[in-house]
Design a protein around this ligand. Structure first.
Ligand SMILES: [Zn+2]
Length: 178
């Protein structure tokens, strides 16, 4: 919010008011108000049994760190539409069977921009062949209980949550398959 020094509508100086979670930039010349809403993003928890698909970022912020499939929502698209689009763009596969898995707050790199990651558990089609875009340098399937640290706090929290659920479910399923 501290970067909103000028009104995007009339160009006059804004005044930052409020505190804590309720901060906003006001323009007294034209009445424009910019609230501190987070930017919505998607977090694709692409699972294959107890393994998760992760991508290694090719660009800043957090270049070289592992990340989930997903990205910033654009225009009027829903989170589900966004995640399917991001899946096609980033790995060349149509993600399916999306199930909402919570929302997680984060900050995007060093920009100070707050994001809200809308997480979905999902899967690849059986015949999927992963083709990476230039956004990522490699992909890998990691066991949920033995994974690298992730690029952003929302992805990290979402994957930790799904891993915790899998850890509780695992003893039962292993007994069942033994
Ligand atoms: Zn203004």
């Amino acid at each position: 919010m501290k970067d909103w020094k000028f009104c995007p509508r009339c160009g006059d100086r804004t005044r930052i008011t409020g505190d804590g979670e309720d901060i906003h930039a006001e323009c007294h010349a034209c009445g424009f108000t910019k609230y501190d809403n987070p930017l919505p993003t998607t977090v694709g928890l692409v699972l294959d049994g107890d393994r998760i698909l992760l991508l290694r970022r090719e660009h800043e912020p957090r270049k070289g760190r592992w990340d989930t499939v997903g990205g910033f929502l654009s225009g009027a698209e829903t989170a589900e539409e966004n995640l399917v689009r991001e899946g096609l763009e980033e790995i060349g596969c149509e993600l399916r069977n999306l199930r909402f898995a919570g929302s997680y707050s984060s900050v995007y790199g060093d920009t100070g921009l707050t994001t809200i990651g809308l997480a979905f558990v999902c899967e690849l089609p059986p015949d999927a062949k992963i083709v990476l875009s230039e956004e990522n340098s490699e992909y890998a399937w990691f066991p949920l209980d033995d994974r690298p640290p992730l690029a952003f706090a929302d992805c990290e929290a979402a994957v930790a949550a799904v891993a915790a659920v899998a850890a509780v479910a695992a003893p039962t399923s292993r007994t069942g398959s033994a």
